[in-house]
Design a protein around this ligand. Structure first.
Ligand code: TRP
Length: 398
């Protein structure tokens, strides 16, 4: 097993006695005041304007702390390997991962392969999708010498933590998780897998196995972080009442507005409305030519009134590193054709080096496998350290 070089020296994995987890000291107030009798959920985490404002404020405070003391953060993010990553991922999360890495935080990126089988068979193609995901992350700028990329099916200790965690929750509580609830009403109890039912708990195991204290997420994942916080608190209450063992992690909300797909709906692998990061320049041009716009000739940036047009303006602006309103003003009366041409050129220009790197990486499967194996080893060392402490705290050491 390799030495965990990316893990900050102040809290090497596997050496920690039960006690305080790595990360910030008590500086920050808890995100919410939920008690153990209150289930997590959208209503609590993000639905009211006041709750959203509190979250945004909390994220601003964390950003300041990240710049001040980046090494006090261990950050876990991840994706389900269900297909190639697209520009929504690139601007919404990949760039942010690279930024956090470059700030000096300890970043772990999870390839959540066990989350794939919540609603489909793994299939023979999964390995290729997993390695493509590694290539996407590296091409975007993640450095395997600093950032740990791993797949959770390869980290036994992480998966074992799910059992004690499940014991800390009631079936009703898990069933109140908004994603689980949506899946339940979409597929019904007979068709939904039991792994789908428990997947937010598995996600909590991902986070707590790594002792991550910060989880960059979109709004839809907030209830999962809230559930993780509940599990951390309950574990502490039950098994480590004198001294906090698991630090309840904070979510970190992104600052980039959501990119829509080519049809104006949320950009998504399954909706066939995405521009893959790995698309060629010609494919990008073709996809953007087919993007929905409106009949007004004058181009403006009005996300609420003209979402499709605003989305293309935003895409061009993100690539150019400029304000969307300026990009729109420059196009002026150029109409949709000019807008699409500008967006295409901006995307292709901005992504040229990323795509070139990605092509090189994709041609070197053994390298991608080596990166992943090394990441798996580092994550396993971390998770085994956590599990060792958990066993001691639970008195299951014989
Ligand atoms: N559920 C996340 C998604 O669908 C992926 C994920 C799994 C994750 N485990 C995680 C994200 C832990 C952050 C932390 O995108």
């Amino acid at each position: 097993m390799s030495t965990p070089g990316t893990i900050t020296a102040s809290h090497p994995p596997g050496t920690r006695a039960p006690g305080r987890p790595p990360g910030r000291s008590q500086a920050s107030p808890p995100l919410s005041t939920s008690t153990t009798s209150r289930p997590p959920g959208r209503s609590q985490a993000s639905s009211t304007p006041a709750a959203r404002a509190a979250l945004a404020g909390r994220s601003t405070a964390i950003e300041a702390e990240l710049r001040r003391a980046p090494q006090s953060f261990r950050i876990l993010t991840g994706d389900r390997p269900t297909g190639p990553l697209h520009l929504g991922h690139y601007f919404g999360s990949l760039q942010n991962r690279v930024r956090l890495q470059d700030l000096g935080a300890d970043v772990l990126v999870l390839v959540a392969d066990y989350q794939v089988i919540t609603d489909r068979d793994a299939g023979a193609g999964l390995a290729a999708v997993v390695l493509d995901l590694v290539a996407d992350n590296l091409a975007a700028g993640l450095d395997p010498a600093r950032t740990t990329i791993f797949a959770h099916s390869q980290v036994s200790a992480l998966n074992q933590l799910m059992l004690p965690f499940l014991s800390l929750l009631s079936v009703a509580e898990v069933g109140r998780n908004p994603t689980v609830k949506e899946e339940f009403s979409a597929s019904g109890a007979a068709a939904m897998s039991a792994l789908m039912f428990t997947y937010p708990v598995h996600q909590a195991a991902d986070i707590l196995a790594c002792r991550a204290n910060l989880v960059p997420v979109g709004m839809d994942q907030l209830p999962h972080v809230e559930l993780t916080r509940t599990i951390a608190r309950r574990f502490n209450q039950r098994y480590s009442p004198q001294q906090e063992f698991f630090q309840p992690p904070d979510p970190l909300l992104g600052s980039v507005p959501l990119l829509l797909g080519l049809d104006g709906q949320k950009m998504s692998k399954s909706r066939a409305n995405a521009i893959p990061l790995a698309a060629t320049e010609d494919e990008t041009a073709r996809l953007l030519r087919g993007a929905r716009t409106d009949a007004q000739r004058h181009i403006s940036y009005e996300p609420a009134r003209r979402p499709e047009v605003a989305n293309l303006v935003l895409l061009a602006a993100l690539c150019q590193g400029r304000a969307p309103a300026d990009v729109a003003a420059e196009i002026g009366r150029g109409g949709a054709a000019r807008l699409k041409a500008v967006a295409t050129e901006s995307v292709n220009e901005h992504l040229r080096p990323v795509r070139a790197r990605r092509r090189e990486l994709a041609a070197d499967r053994p390298y991608l496998q080596a990166v992943l194996r090394d990441g798996n080893d580092k994550a396993a060392a971390l998770a085994e350290g956590t599990l060792r402490c958990v066993r001691e705290l639970m008195h299951t050491t014989y």
